[in-house]
Design a protein around this ligand. Structure first.
Ligand SMILES: C[S@@+](CC[C@H](N)C(=O)[O-])C[C@H]1O[C@@H](n2cnc3c(N)ncnc32)[C@H](O)[C@@H]1O
Length: 265
């Protein structure tokens, strides 16, 4: 077995696991844009990764700006686009903490960051800077859709998820562990193991990192601080007719955020 470290250096295997919900997610984002936003055509995806949602949006005739830290993920994103889609897409290497494009200022109809990617922002400062920076790019009626898991600090057991995918002849098994939250440090230890086996492959790609933790009160305070208000909240069921009720104990949340016109942030 060959050991490798960084799963984002292997976009094809990442996508085999996380690319399966793409059409449903894009449908949901479009529906949110119609109901809560402008319904307009300029989208932005911070940390767009290997471009599954960039491609899907471009295929639907939308204009998309996407950026990511990983050049390997961006290269995969560029490769997958047809020439016509490429004309509607602008990809760049940048960080969520400080991305800014003057050509997009006040022009974005919908920005989105799903699948807990937001939790890579590892401090209050980085998180608020990202939110303020993204708000600055939105139209006054635009929306920022953020999907991630809230943290239950009383949790007493680690969490584990397992998925299986296929890339050509290669089988991919993905195991993700989230360790116990460290409340004072505002972080959870994460470990992802991708086991790839095929006719001439036997790889274990093991990646470890920390995800920032947020409970409901912490997240709401932070949105306010960044000059964003919550227009609606859903779950990873992506069901527009099933918003999260007040007091719900579901931790998988999709926040629909709008610039708060009265904020001075
Ligand atoms: C879970 S993937 C999500 C990719 C894509 N948004 C999707 O839904 O398929 C997380 C991505 O975040 C990127 N990333 C992590 N930290 C980042 C940061 N500080 N700034 C920009 N990108 C970052 C990684 O390179 C990776 O491509």
């Amino acid at each position: 077995m060959e050991r490798r470290k960084e799963w984002y250096d292997h976009p094809e295997y990442y996508e085999a696991i996380f690319g399966t919900d793409t059409v449903r997610e894009a449908d949901f984002l479009q529906a949110l844009s119609q109901r809560y936003g402008t319904g307009g055509k300029q989208w932005l995806e911070p940390a767009c990764g290997a471009g599954r949602l960039v491609e899907e949006a471009a295929r639907r005739g939308l204009r998309v700006a996407g950026y990511d830290l990983s050049e390997a993920m961006l290269a995969h994103a560029r490769k997958r686009l047809t020439p016509a889609e490429r004309r509607r897409v602008k990809l760049s290497q940048a960080r969520m903490e400080d991305f800014f494009d003057p050509a997009l200022e006040g022009r974005v109809d919908l920005a989105h960051t799903l699948v807990s990617t937001f939790r890579y922002l590892d401090s209050e400062k980085a998180t608020v800077e990202h939110l303020v920076g993204t708000r600055r790019l939105l139209k006054p009626d635009g929306i920022y859709v953020l999907g991630f898991h809230l943290t239950d600090y009383t949790r007493s057991a680690p969490e584990h998820e397992r998925w299986v995918g296929q890339v050509g002849p290669d089988k991919v098994v993905c195991n993700t562990h989230e360790g116990l939250p460290q409340k004072r440090l505002r972080r959870s230890p994460m470990r992802n193991r991708l086991r790839v086996t095929g006719p001439d492959k036997d790889w274990l790609i093991e990646t470890t990192w920390f995800f920032r933790t947020h409970d409901e009160a912490q997240v709401k305070r932070m949105f306010r601080k960044a000059g964003l208000r919550v227009a609606a909240t859903f779950t990873f069921d992506y069901d527009l007719e099933a918003p999260v009720e007040r007091g719900s104990n579901r931790l998988d949340r999709v926040f629909v955020l709008k610039p708060d016109a009265s904020s001075t942030a």
